[in-house]
Ligand binder design. Sequence first.
Ligand code: ATP
Ligand code: MG
Length: 352
Amino acid sequence: MKKIILTGDRPTGNLHIGHFVGSIANRLKLQEKGGYEKFYIMIADTQALTDNADNVDKVRNNVVQVALDYLAAGIDPSKVNIFIQSQVPELAEMTMYFMNLVTMARLTRNPTVKEETKLRGFNLSVPVGFVCYPISQAADILGFGTTLVPVGEDQLPMIEQTREIAKSFNNTYGNIFDLPKPILPDNKACLRLVGTDGSAKMSKSAGNCIYLKDEPEEIKKKIMNAYTDPNHIKISDPGKVEGNVVFAYLDAFSTEESFKKYLPEYKNLDELKAHYQKGGLGDVKIKLFLNNILQELLEPIRNRRKEYEKNIDGICEMLFKNAEMAREVASETLRKMKEAMGLDYTKFLTKK
Ligand code: ATP
Ligand code: MG
């Protein structure tokens, strides 16, 4: 099967370390490995508007921020097509046709949408666009003939729904879509990185993030204030590792190298955890260790970002050009869809 990769992010804020381990790290690996036919990264502004209808400024301004974060993290614009979703309007038309293949019952059963609806306090006032965003996401994926989608765990229900929509289209109208597969991080700790407040997911909308662009002092402050074990009061107290944000981040980011470099008195994370659980290891020590690791990871990203920030015009030009190329591909998919559906009114023309 052809290797066509597509992934994306909502421009609702800057990218954070959850994005890095959940999806960006895999994108970088795929980019380096090569061997793909096309690789798209979509900045999902249309999707971001489904829960930000009254805040277009925020979404628009964050488009450039997210593009800067990609480039800073090492996404190479000569190998990957980064484009803005709303600049490929064919995707919206595809969404209309896909909507007819999905039931209300199926839509409201999507666990990620359920969780996000609750988180945003929507209840019955949930915008229709928001409930439908998995359908528009299916169009984003299928519109480019995508076969691989590198994402975090919360996106699995979306890929599942995309596959169902593709099957339903293929069965109803004719076989034109390959079924895409998700690519998840290998390290379990990276599937869904917790927020600094200990809540289930680090998320731009929840304000519990360490951002890729954070300055060194901000990173340190966030780590020093991160949720650990509230019952671990004295250093001698035994501490809990489960639900402890610092250990969740160490699971995701520390390596044997980090121990050699910053904490040589321990061989690895298992030893450090065992000591914490036994008692006698303070939060400050583990937090400073984590701080060293994250500072090392984020420094080059922050520096690259500062370089790219000098050329916003160049980034915008790249995004616009990329959207034109993406449109060509999406128009061809739309043409094939309409052909399969029999939506061809030239048939009625008497003069051929
Ligand atoms: P929002 O709160 O606006 O939904 P978000 O922080 O959830 O923003 P998205 O743009 O929705 O970010 O997600 C982009 C990608 O990053 C998805 O593939 C998602 O699975 C992944 N991702 C987001 N947050 C995390 C996290 N905390 N851990 C691992 N992966 C994540
Ligand atoms: Mg999200």
